[in-house]
Write a protein that binds this ligand. Structure first.
Ligand SMILES: *Cc1c(COP(=O)(O)O)cnc(C)c1O
Length: 467
Protein backbone atom coordinates (compact mmCIF):
# COMPACT_ATOMS: atom_id res chain seq x y z
CA UNK A 1 0.00 0.00 0.00
CA UNK A 2 1.78 3.14 -1.20
CA UNK A 3 1.27 6.87 -0.60
CA UNK A 4 -1.11 7.15 -3.55
CA UNK A 5 -3.36 4.44 -2.11
CA UNK A 6 -3.76 6.15 1.27
CA UNK A 7 -4.05 9.59 -0.26
CA UNK A 8 -6.96 8.46 -2.43
CA UNK A 9 -8.82 6.75 0.40
CA UNK A 10 -8.22 9.82 2.58
CA UNK A 11 -9.47 12.31 0.00
CA UNK A 12 -12.63 10.25 -0.49
CA UNK A 13 -13.77 10.74 3.11
CA UNK A 14 -11.76 13.36 5.03
CA UNK A 15 -12.03 17.11 5.42
CA UNK A 16 -8.64 18.40 6.62
CA UNK A 17 -8.02 21.20 9.12
CA UNK A 18 -7.07 24.65 7.88
CA UNK A 19 -7.04 23.44 4.30
CA UNK A 20 -8.62 24.50 1.03
CA UNK A 21 -9.34 20.91 0.00
CA UNK A 22 -9.19 21.85 -3.69
CA UNK A 23 -5.44 22.45 -3.24
CA UNK A 24 -5.08 18.69 -3.06
CA UNK A 25 -5.99 18.38 -6.72
CA UNK A 26 -2.36 19.34 -7.30
CA UNK A 27 -0.63 19.21 -3.90
CA UNK A 28 -0.10 15.63 -2.81
CA UNK A 29 -1.18 14.74 0.68
CA UNK A 30 1.52 12.92 2.59
CA UNK A 31 0.36 9.85 4.49
CA UNK A 32 2.73 9.04 7.35
CA UNK A 33 3.33 5.43 8.38
CA UNK A 34 5.64 5.92 11.33
CA UNK A 35 7.73 8.38 13.26
CA UNK A 36 11.04 8.14 15.05
CA UNK A 37 12.83 11.00 16.80
CA UNK A 38 12.79 14.07 14.56
CA UNK A 39 11.75 11.97 11.55
CA UNK A 40 8.40 11.20 9.96
CA UNK A 41 8.31 8.42 7.35
CA UNK A 42 5.75 7.99 4.59
CA UNK A 43 4.41 4.78 3.05
CA UNK A 44 7.20 4.69 0.48
CA UNK A 45 10.02 4.96 3.00
CA UNK A 46 10.73 8.66 2.39
CA UNK A 47 11.65 10.55 5.55
CA UNK A 48 10.88 14.15 6.55
CA UNK A 49 12.67 16.05 9.31
CA UNK A 50 9.88 17.56 11.43
CA UNK A 51 11.16 21.14 11.75
CA UNK A 52 7.84 22.43 13.12
CA UNK A 53 7.36 19.76 15.81
CA UNK A 54 4.06 18.71 14.20
CA UNK A 55 2.30 22.02 14.87
CA UNK A 56 4.52 22.91 17.81
CA UNK A 57 3.65 20.03 20.10
CA UNK A 58 6.46 17.52 19.87
CA UNK A 59 9.49 18.29 22.03
CA UNK A 60 11.21 14.92 22.54
CA UNK A 61 10.72 13.26 19.19
CA UNK A 62 8.20 10.87 17.70
CA UNK A 63 7.80 7.40 19.25
CA UNK A 64 9.85 8.42 22.25
CA UNK A 65 10.23 5.21 24.27
CA UNK A 66 10.20 6.96 27.65
CA UNK A 67 6.85 8.65 27.00
CA UNK A 68 5.45 5.61 25.19
CA UNK A 69 6.26 3.23 28.06
CA UNK A 70 4.60 5.50 30.60
CA UNK A 71 1.39 5.66 28.56
CA UNK A 72 1.43 1.87 28.06
CA UNK A 73 1.70 1.30 31.82
CA UNK A 74 -1.16 3.73 32.43
CA UNK A 75 -3.43 2.24 29.80
CA UNK A 76 -3.41 -1.12 31.60
CA UNK A 77 -4.13 0.58 34.94
CA UNK A 78 -6.82 3.18 34.22
CA UNK A 79 -7.58 4.74 30.83
CA UNK A 80 -10.12 7.30 32.02
CA UNK A 81 -12.42 8.33 34.80
CA UNK A 82 -14.46 11.52 34.99
CA UNK A 83 -12.86 14.19 37.14
CA UNK A 84 -16.02 15.46 38.86
CA UNK A 85 -16.40 13.65 42.17
CA UNK A 86 -13.44 11.39 41.28
CA UNK A 87 -9.69 11.69 41.16
CA UNK A 88 -6.65 9.58 40.26
CA UNK A 89 -2.93 9.37 40.87
CA UNK A 90 -1.57 10.83 37.58
CA UNK A 91 -3.73 13.97 37.78
CA UNK A 92 -2.74 14.63 41.40
CA UNK A 93 0.96 14.12 40.67
CA UNK A 94 0.85 16.24 37.54
CA UNK A 95 -0.94 19.09 39.30
CA UNK A 96 1.59 19.05 42.15
CA UNK A 97 4.43 19.21 39.68
CA UNK A 98 2.92 21.99 37.56
CA UNK A 99 2.38 24.09 40.68
CA UNK A 100 5.98 23.41 41.67
CA UNK A 101 7.64 24.32 38.35
CA UNK A 102 5.55 27.38 37.44
CA UNK A 103 6.17 30.84 38.97
CA UNK A 104 5.26 31.33 42.66
CA UNK A 105 1.61 32.18 43.34
CA UNK A 106 0.09 29.79 40.80
CA UNK A 107 -1.41 27.22 43.13
CA UNK A 108 -4.47 25.74 41.40
CA UNK A 109 -4.77 23.70 38.21
CA UNK A 110 -7.92 23.35 36.10
CA UNK A 111 -7.82 21.05 33.06
CA UNK A 112 -9.29 21.27 29.58
CA UNK A 113 -8.68 19.01 26.62
CA UNK A 114 -7.15 21.37 24.05
CA UNK A 115 -5.58 24.81 23.92
CA UNK A 116 -8.63 26.74 22.69
CA UNK A 117 -10.75 25.27 25.46
CA UNK A 118 -8.04 26.24 27.96
CA UNK A 119 -8.34 29.84 26.74
CA UNK A 120 -12.13 29.69 27.13
CA UNK A 121 -11.61 28.52 30.72
CA UNK A 122 -9.26 31.43 31.52
CA UNK A 123 -11.60 34.02 29.94
CA UNK A 124 -14.68 32.66 31.70
CA UNK A 125 -12.89 32.35 35.04
CA UNK A 126 -11.62 35.91 34.87
CA UNK A 127 -15.05 37.34 34.00
CA UNK A 128 -16.71 35.16 36.64
CA UNK A 129 -14.14 36.18 39.28
CA UNK A 130 -15.13 39.82 38.83
CA UNK A 131 -18.83 38.92 38.87
CA UNK A 132 -18.34 36.99 42.14
CA UNK A 133 -16.37 39.95 43.49
CA UNK A 134 -19.16 42.43 42.86
CA UNK A 135 -17.71 43.99 39.70
CA UNK A 136 -20.06 42.81 36.91
CA UNK A 137 -19.01 45.72 34.67
CA UNK A 138 -15.60 44.09 34.16
CA UNK A 139 -16.45 41.96 31.15
CA UNK A 140 -14.21 43.05 28.30
CA UNK A 141 -10.83 41.71 27.29
CA UNK A 142 -7.78 43.58 26.06
CA UNK A 143 -5.76 41.85 23.34
CA UNK A 144 -2.77 42.65 21.14
CA UNK A 145 -3.00 43.07 17.40
CA UNK A 146 -1.69 40.09 15.44
CA UNK A 147 -2.37 37.69 18.32
CA UNK A 148 -3.72 34.15 18.12
CA UNK A 149 -5.43 32.29 20.94
CA UNK A 150 -7.31 29.46 19.25
CA UNK A 151 -10.31 28.58 17.13
CA UNK A 152 -13.38 28.47 19.37
CA UNK A 153 -15.52 31.59 19.24
CA UNK A 154 -14.33 33.40 22.38
CA UNK A 155 -10.71 32.36 21.73
CA UNK A 156 -11.10 33.74 18.18
CA UNK A 157 -12.53 36.96 19.61
CA UNK A 158 -9.34 37.68 21.52
CA UNK A 159 -7.25 36.80 18.47
CA UNK A 160 -6.41 39.08 15.59
CA UNK A 161 -5.09 37.07 12.66
CA UNK A 162 -7.41 38.18 9.86
CA UNK A 163 -7.30 34.83 8.07
CA UNK A 164 -9.04 33.11 10.97
CA UNK A 165 -11.27 35.82 12.34
CA UNK A 166 -12.47 38.06 9.47
CA UNK A 167 -14.98 35.54 8.17
CA UNK A 168 -16.58 35.12 11.59
CA UNK A 169 -16.59 38.76 12.66
CA UNK A 170 -20.35 38.77 13.19
CA UNK A 171 -20.01 36.12 15.90
CA UNK A 172 -17.19 37.64 17.95
CA UNK A 173 -17.05 39.32 21.37
CA UNK A 174 -16.26 43.00 21.46
CA UNK A 175 -12.64 43.34 22.60
CA UNK A 176 -10.18 46.20 23.01
CA UNK A 177 -7.22 45.90 20.65
CA UNK A 178 -3.83 47.41 21.45
CA UNK A 179 -0.95 47.59 18.92
CA UNK A 180 1.48 44.72 19.37
CA UNK A 181 5.03 45.37 20.66
CA UNK A 182 6.21 43.25 17.66
CA UNK A 183 9.88 44.17 17.18
CA UNK A 184 9.89 43.44 13.46
CA UNK A 185 8.14 46.78 13.14
CA UNK A 186 10.65 48.75 15.22
CA UNK A 187 12.30 51.79 13.62
CA UNK A 188 15.87 51.28 12.43
CA UNK A 189 18.51 51.57 15.12
CA UNK A 190 16.04 51.01 17.97
CA UNK A 191 16.64 48.02 20.26
CA UNK A 192 14.00 45.36 21.03
CA UNK A 193 13.84 46.61 24.59
CA UNK A 194 13.38 50.25 23.64
CA UNK A 195 10.71 49.41 21.09
CA UNK A 196 8.77 47.12 23.44
CA UNK A 197 8.93 49.79 26.13
CA UNK A 198 7.71 52.50 23.74
CA UNK A 199 4.85 50.32 22.51
CA UNK A 200 3.68 49.87 26.08
CA UNK A 201 2.34 53.45 26.11
CA UNK A 202 -0.71 52.35 24.08
CA UNK A 203 -1.47 49.58 26.59
CA UNK A 204 -1.12 51.98 29.50
CA UNK A 205 -3.47 54.38 27.78
CA UNK A 206 -6.12 51.70 27.10
CA UNK A 207 -6.00 50.42 30.68
CA UNK A 208 -6.20 53.94 32.11
CA UNK A 209 -9.29 54.65 30.06
CA UNK A 210 -11.09 51.30 30.25
CA UNK A 211 -9.94 49.41 33.37
CA UNK A 212 -13.36 49.69 35.02
CA UNK A 213 -14.87 47.54 32.24
CA UNK A 214 -11.88 45.25 31.63
CA UNK A 215 -11.65 41.76 33.14
CA UNK A 216 -8.26 40.78 31.75
CA UNK A 217 -5.46 41.42 29.31
CA UNK A 218 -4.49 38.32 27.32
CA UNK A 219 -1.11 37.95 25.61
CA UNK A 220 1.13 35.40 23.93
CA UNK A 221 4.31 36.08 25.91
CA UNK A 222 7.45 36.91 23.84
CA UNK A 223 6.38 35.23 20.59
CA UNK A 224 3.22 35.83 18.58
CA UNK A 225 3.31 32.43 16.93
CA UNK A 226 0.48 32.17 14.43
CA UNK A 227 0.88 35.85 13.57
CA UNK A 228 4.19 34.99 11.88
CA UNK A 229 6.57 34.24 14.80
CA UNK A 230 6.76 37.94 15.63
CA UNK A 231 8.77 38.58 18.80
CA UNK A 232 9.16 41.16 21.56
CA UNK A 233 11.19 41.92 24.66
CA UNK A 234 10.25 40.65 28.17
CA UNK A 235 10.22 44.24 29.49
CA UNK A 236 6.74 44.54 27.96
CA UNK A 237 5.47 41.74 30.20
CA UNK A 238 7.08 43.26 33.29
CA UNK A 239 5.43 46.62 32.56
CA UNK A 240 2.13 44.89 31.81
CA UNK A 241 2.15 43.00 35.12
CA UNK A 242 2.77 46.21 37.01
CA UNK A 243 -0.02 48.05 35.14
CA UNK A 244 -2.54 45.20 35.59
CA UNK A 245 -1.90 45.33 39.35
CA UNK A 246 -2.26 49.09 39.40
CA UNK A 247 -5.55 49.04 37.45
CA UNK A 248 -7.08 45.92 39.00
CA UNK A 249 -7.11 43.84 35.80
CA UNK A 250 -6.16 40.17 35.36
CA UNK A 251 -3.21 39.12 33.25
CA UNK A 252 -3.68 35.95 31.18
CA UNK A 253 -0.53 34.37 29.72
CA UNK A 254 -1.27 32.09 26.79
CA UNK A 255 1.86 29.92 26.92
CA UNK A 256 0.22 27.17 24.87
CA UNK A 257 2.91 27.51 22.20
CA UNK A 258 5.80 29.05 24.15
CA UNK A 259 5.65 27.07 27.40
CA UNK A 260 8.00 24.16 28.09
CA UNK A 261 11.30 25.63 27.02
CA UNK A 262 10.49 27.11 23.61
CA UNK A 263 11.68 30.63 24.49
CA UNK A 264 14.84 29.46 26.28
CA UNK A 265 13.33 29.27 29.77
CA UNK A 266 10.82 26.67 30.95
CA UNK A 267 8.08 29.33 30.82
CA UNK A 268 8.28 32.68 29.03
CA UNK A 269 7.00 34.60 32.07
CA UNK A 270 10.23 33.69 33.92
CA UNK A 271 12.13 36.06 31.62
CA UNK A 272 9.98 38.94 32.82
CA UNK A 273 10.21 37.83 36.45
CA UNK A 274 6.43 37.86 36.84
CA UNK A 275 3.48 35.65 37.75
CA UNK A 276 0.36 36.01 35.58
CA UNK A 277 -3.10 35.52 37.15
CA UNK A 278 -3.79 32.77 34.64
CA UNK A 279 -1.20 30.63 32.86
CA UNK A 280 -2.59 28.51 30.02
CA UNK A 281 -0.51 25.51 28.92
CA UNK A 282 -1.07 22.87 26.22
CA UNK A 283 0.78 21.64 23.12
CA UNK A 284 4.16 20.45 24.53
CA UNK A 285 2.55 19.71 27.92
CA UNK A 286 2.15 16.05 26.89
CA UNK A 287 5.29 15.98 24.77
CA UNK A 288 2.99 16.11 21.75
CA UNK A 289 1.37 12.77 22.55
CA UNK A 290 -2.17 13.53 23.63
CA UNK A 291 -4.46 16.55 23.68
CA UNK A 292 -4.63 18.31 27.05
CA UNK A 293 -4.55 21.83 28.46
CA UNK A 294 -3.92 23.12 31.96
CA UNK A 295 -5.01 26.50 33.32
CA UNK A 296 -3.10 27.54 36.42
CA UNK A 297 -4.36 30.30 38.67
CA UNK A 298 -3.95 31.85 42.11
CA UNK A 299 -5.49 31.32 45.57
CA UNK A 300 -7.04 34.76 45.13
CA UNK A 301 -9.02 33.66 42.06
CA UNK A 302 -9.86 30.25 43.50
CA UNK A 303 -11.11 31.85 46.72
CA UNK A 304 -13.69 33.98 44.91
CA UNK A 305 -15.51 30.81 43.79
CA UNK A 306 -15.26 28.87 47.08
CA UNK A 307 -18.60 29.10 48.90
CA UNK A 308 -21.82 27.30 49.77
CA UNK A 309 -23.36 25.60 46.71
CA UNK A 310 -26.56 27.65 46.92
CA UNK A 311 -24.67 30.91 46.35
CA UNK A 312 -24.06 29.63 42.79
CA UNK A 313 -20.53 31.02 42.76
CA UNK A 314 -18.96 27.76 41.57
CA UNK A 315 -17.21 27.44 38.21
CA UNK A 316 -19.65 25.05 36.52
CA UNK A 317 -17.52 24.36 33.49
CA UNK A 318 -16.37 20.96 32.31
CA UNK A 319 -14.91 19.15 29.34
CA UNK A 320 -15.65 15.45 29.15
CA UNK A 321 -12.02 14.34 28.93
CA UNK A 322 -10.77 16.74 31.61
CA UNK A 323 -7.71 15.36 33.38
CA UNK A 324 -7.52 12.22 31.24
CA UNK A 325 -5.10 9.78 32.94
CA UNK A 326 -3.31 8.81 29.70
CA UNK A 327 -2.62 12.46 28.88
CA UNK A 328 -1.46 13.02 32.47
CA UNK A 329 0.90 10.05 32.17
CA UNK A 330 2.36 11.49 28.95
CA UNK A 331 2.81 14.86 30.69
CA UNK A 332 4.51 13.26 33.70
CA UNK A 333 6.95 11.40 31.44
CA UNK A 334 7.62 14.67 29.57
CA UNK A 335 8.38 16.52 32.82
CA UNK A 336 10.70 13.64 33.86
CA UNK A 337 12.71 14.11 30.67
CA UNK A 338 12.99 17.88 31.23
CA UNK A 339 14.31 17.19 34.74
CA UNK A 340 16.55 14.19 34.12
CA UNK A 341 18.16 15.42 30.90
CA UNK A 342 18.81 19.07 31.81
CA UNK A 343 16.95 20.03 28.63
CA UNK A 344 16.79 23.81 29.12
CA UNK A 345 20.58 23.98 29.44
CA UNK A 346 21.23 21.59 26.57
CA UNK A 347 18.96 23.67 24.33
CA UNK A 348 21.30 26.66 24.61
CA UNK A 349 23.81 24.93 22.35
CA UNK A 350 21.10 24.04 19.83
CA UNK A 351 19.76 27.61 19.84
CA UNK A 352 23.25 28.95 19.18
CA UNK A 353 23.60 26.54 16.27
CA UNK A 354 20.25 27.62 14.85
CA UNK A 355 21.54 31.21 14.90
CA UNK A 356 24.91 30.47 13.29
CA UNK A 357 23.46 28.13 10.65
CA UNK A 358 21.04 30.80 9.41
CA UNK A 359 23.10 33.98 10.02
CA UNK A 360 24.02 34.28 6.32
CA UNK A 361 20.35 34.62 5.38
CA UNK A 362 20.24 38.10 6.93
CA UNK A 363 22.17 39.26 3.83
CA UNK A 364 19.75 37.65 1.39
CA UNK A 365 18.19 40.30 -0.91
CA UNK A 366 14.68 39.03 -0.09
CA UNK A 367 15.05 38.44 3.64
CA UNK A 368 14.06 41.38 5.84
CA UNK A 369 14.96 39.75 9.14
CA UNK A 370 16.21 36.60 10.81
CA UNK A 371 14.92 36.67 14.39
CA UNK A 372 15.14 34.25 17.25
CA UNK A 373 13.90 33.67 20.78
CA UNK A 374 15.36 30.49 22.26
CA UNK A 375 14.31 27.45 20.23
CA UNK A 376 12.16 29.40 17.79
CA UNK A 377 13.81 31.02 14.76
CA UNK A 378 12.03 32.85 11.95
CA UNK A 379 13.10 34.17 8.56
CA UNK A 380 10.90 36.88 7.04
CA UNK A 381 10.85 36.83 3.22
CA UNK A 382 9.94 40.15 1.59
CA UNK A 383 9.50 41.61 -1.84
CA UNK A 384 11.55 44.69 -0.99
CA UNK A 385 14.20 44.45 1.71
CA UNK A 386 14.84 48.14 2.36
CA UNK A 387 11.18 49.05 2.75
CA UNK A 388 10.19 45.72 4.38
CA UNK A 389 7.50 45.40 1.72
CA UNK A 390 5.68 42.07 2.07
CA UNK A 391 4.93 39.79 -0.85
CA UNK A 392 1.26 39.84 -1.88
CA UNK A 393 -0.21 36.89 0.06
CA UNK A 394 -1.82 35.56 -3.10
CA UNK A 395 1.63 34.66 -4.44
CA UNK A 396 1.98 31.95 -1.78
CA UNK A 397 5.77 32.19 -1.67
CA UNK A 398 5.90 30.18 1.53
CA UNK A 399 4.17 27.31 -0.19
CA UNK A 400 7.14 27.03 -2.58
CA UNK A 401 9.52 26.71 0.35
CA UNK A 402 7.24 24.03 1.79
CA UNK A 403 7.19 22.11 -1.48
CA UNK A 404 10.94 22.38 -1.96
CA UNK A 405 11.61 21.22 1.59
CA UNK A 406 9.46 18.12 1.08
CA UNK A 407 11.56 17.07 -1.91
CA UNK A 408 14.65 17.41 0.28
CA UNK A 409 13.18 15.47 3.22
CA UNK A 410 12.19 18.27 5.55
CA UNK A 411 8.87 19.42 6.91
CA UNK A 412 9.10 23.23 6.88
CA UNK A 413 5.67 24.79 6.91
CA UNK A 414 5.93 28.58 6.59
CA UNK A 415 3.38 31.04 7.95
CA UNK A 416 2.69 33.15 4.88
CA UNK A 417 6.15 34.42 3.88
CA UNK A 418 7.74 33.55 7.23
CA UNK A 419 9.91 30.45 7.17
CA UNK A 420 10.55 29.18 10.68
CA UNK A 421 12.25 26.45 12.69
CA UNK A 422 10.52 25.23 15.83
CA UNK A 423 12.17 21.82 16.08
CA UNK A 424 11.91 19.06 18.68
CA UNK A 425 14.66 19.43 21.31
CA UNK A 426 16.15 16.07 20.27
CA UNK A 427 17.40 17.57 16.99
CA UNK A 428 21.18 17.39 16.41
CA UNK A 429 23.46 20.22 15.34
CA UNK A 430 24.03 18.49 11.98
CA UNK A 431 20.28 18.26 11.45
CA UNK A 432 19.99 21.99 12.18
CA UNK A 433 22.61 22.65 9.49
CA UNK A 434 20.62 20.48 7.09
CA UNK A 435 17.44 22.47 7.80
CA UNK A 436 19.31 25.72 7.24
CA UNK A 437 20.54 24.44 3.84
CA UNK A 438 17.06 23.37 2.82
CA UNK A 439 15.59 26.69 3.96
CA UNK A 440 18.23 28.67 2.05
CA UNK A 441 17.57 26.75 -1.16
CA UNK A 442 13.83 27.08 -0.68
CA UNK A 443 14.05 30.82 -0.08
CA UNK A 444 16.24 31.23 -3.18
CA UNK A 445 13.72 29.35 -5.29
CA UNK A 446 10.69 31.08 -3.82
CA UNK A 447 12.05 34.60 -4.23
CA UNK A 448 13.79 34.23 -7.58
CA UNK A 449 10.77 34.16 -9.86
CA UNK A 450 7.77 36.34 -10.41
CA UNK A 451 4.48 34.66 -9.70
CA UNK A 452 1.13 35.04 -11.41
CA UNK A 453 -1.67 35.43 -8.93
CA UNK A 454 -4.71 33.21 -9.36
CA UNK A 455 -7.71 35.52 -9.49
CA UNK A 456 -10.09 33.21 -7.65
CA UNK A 457 -7.88 33.08 -4.57
CA UNK A 458 -9.43 35.44 -2.05
CA UNK A 459 -7.98 34.30 1.28
CA UNK A 460 -5.04 35.50 3.33
CA UNK A 461 -1.94 33.56 4.31
CA UNK A 462 -1.54 32.56 7.90
CA UNK A 463 -1.30 29.98 10.65
CA UNK A 464 -1.31 26.37 9.60
CA UNK A 465 -1.75 27.44 6.00
CA UNK A 466 1.43 26.82 4.04
CA UNK A 467 0.38 29.84 1.98
C1 LIG B 1 -2.17 26.43 19.20
C2 LIG B 1 -2.49 27.61 20.00
C3 LIG B 1 -3.76 27.75 20.61
C4 LIG B 1 -4.89 26.78 20.38
O1 LIG B 1 -4.64 25.48 20.84
P1 LIG B 1 -5.47 24.27 20.19
O2 LIG B 1 -5.05 23.07 20.99
O3 LIG B 1 -5.08 24.19 18.75
O4 LIG B 1 -6.91 24.57 20.37
C5 LIG B 1 -3.97 28.85 21.41
N1 LIG B 1 -3.00 29.76 21.62
C6 LIG B 1 -1.79 29.65 21.06
C7 LIG B 1 -0.75 30.68 21.35
C8 LIG B 1 -1.49 28.59 20.21
O5 LIG B 1 -0.31 28.51 19.61
Amino acid sequence: MNNQHWMQRDLDVLWHPCTQMKDHERLPLIPIRRGEGVWLEDFEGKRYLDAVSSWWVNVFGHANPRIGERIKRQVDQLEHVMLAGFSHQPVVELSERLVKITPPGLSRVFYADNGSSGIEVALKMSFHYWLNSGAPAKKRFVTLTNSYHGETVAAMSVGDVALFTDTYKALLLDTLKVPSPDCYLRPEGVSWEEHSRTMFAAMEHTLAEHHHEVAAVIVEPLIQGAGGMRMYHPIYLTLLREACDRYGVHLIHDEIAVGFGRTGTMFACEQAGITPDFLVLSKALTGGYLPMAAVLTTDEVYGAFYDEYATLRAFLHSHTYTGNPLACAAALATLDIFEEDGVIDANKRLATRMASATAHLADHPHVAEVRQTGMALAIEMVQDKAGKVAYPWQERRGLRVYQHALTRGALLRPLGSVVYFLPPYVISEEQIDFLADVASEGIDLATRTSVSVPVADTRYPGFRDPG
